[in-house]
Design a protein around this ligand. Sequence first.
Ligand SMILES: [Zn+2]
Length: 494
Amino acid sequence: MAERSQTAPEAGNDIGNEDVIGGNVSKYVVLPNGYSGQPKKGHLTFDACFESGNLGRVEQVCEFEYDLFIRPDTCNPRFRVWFNFTVENVKESQRVIFNIVNFSKTKSLYRDGMAPMVKSTSRPKWQRLPPKNVYYYRCPDHRKNYVMSFAFCFDREDDIYQFAYCYPYTYTRFQHYLDSLQKRNMDYFFREQLGQSVQQRQLDLLTITSPENLREGTEKKVIFITGRVHPGETPSSFVCQGIIDFLVSQHPIARVLREHLVFKIAPMLNPDGVYLGNYRCSLMGFDLNRHWLDPSPWAHPTLHGVKQLIIKMYNDPKTSLEFYIDIHAHSTMMNGFMYGNIFEDEERFQRQSIFPKLLCQNAEDFSYTSTSFNRDAVKAGTGRRFLGGLLDHTSYCYTLEVSFYSYIIGGTTAAVPYTEEAYMKLGRNVARTFLDYYRLNSLVERMTVPMPRLRKETPTPYKHPSLRGSASNVPNSKGDKKSSLNHKDSSAPF
Ligand SMILES: [Zn+2]
């Protein structure tokens, strides 16, 4: 999530004086105490030495039970949330309990029914574990840290099982996706390398617009979108891919948008962090979304590159930077929602609420009620806050958040767990909402595409948006979800 203070929630769970966890486990075989022979079937082998992998240590508690330690972000031990590891050498019908014992956060959607993801070699589609097998509690054996325990039964001896915090989305997957788009030779899709990360990975910048809009001297209305500044927030990449897929499609709305607007998208601002399996930080341990005020070309090169480009566009009289949206995922809230800025100018403030209101009409999982506006000092270094202060009164800057877990459809209390497809659908709905916005603002006239359908959580136009800290911005604001969860995937075969 973008918007947590650096100190409060992350300081909740203490890392204590345990041995420092230096790296990921690598084909680590857990042998019973006192056993010195060759590993047998059922002596579990843990591995996290792969892209976006994360597991720092394994300790066997008893025959069935294992304590698992998340490897902290590189150069920043305060962040321990993302995990992603494999287990093999299992016995058929082997039952285990895994305890993830060193989360750095205390609040979690595990309390509301979230469950870890699992897949295996013979069932390669990610699924959420049944929530009835997942427990989240304060544990006296681990200095009262919050521990997430889950029970699991391995069912196929030859399978390699993989467990993760949320659907992984790696740097390599992202590169393959962009390669496949480039191969389509679309004359309205451009990919360039805006810079490189500290470990020399690409900072990709996409431009999606009709080629006529890029001619010298043409006036441009630019929508700037960024994602994955926080590497563990993988839903950000699915939403971003949904936006891109829609914008390059032959959908009539996409064609109109390309005709009138220039989309600049930097989908992966922190490629090193993504590659390394960090949750929040870059290779050097920086939370890049706190360094917009003064990014260093050597310590925060990707952020520096994007900021330079935005400032260049800002100074170009032919370019109007109309929207900046930074996409994140949230570990304690349901739904998609936005954070915006507070302005003294009441009209500007009201105009800023239009886009999230329109998005709420288009996307059943997006909540305007959870959308809030703030100017907290701890968030001054975020993209939204920095650019909100820099850009003029016709520009709008938002953080788009989406839950790691689920959404609640208006008028019901049933939590619907997000799938990869549902995250991408939110992205498509974000893209199509620009048409509604510009139609309202008369840029696009006499449209032949249908008006957006209205849905239950239709916000009242021009009502004052909720302020930060109001009752509408707490996780359980939509009723008592704990008592009424309806998990669509509870029949999963795992
Ligand atoms: Zn974030």
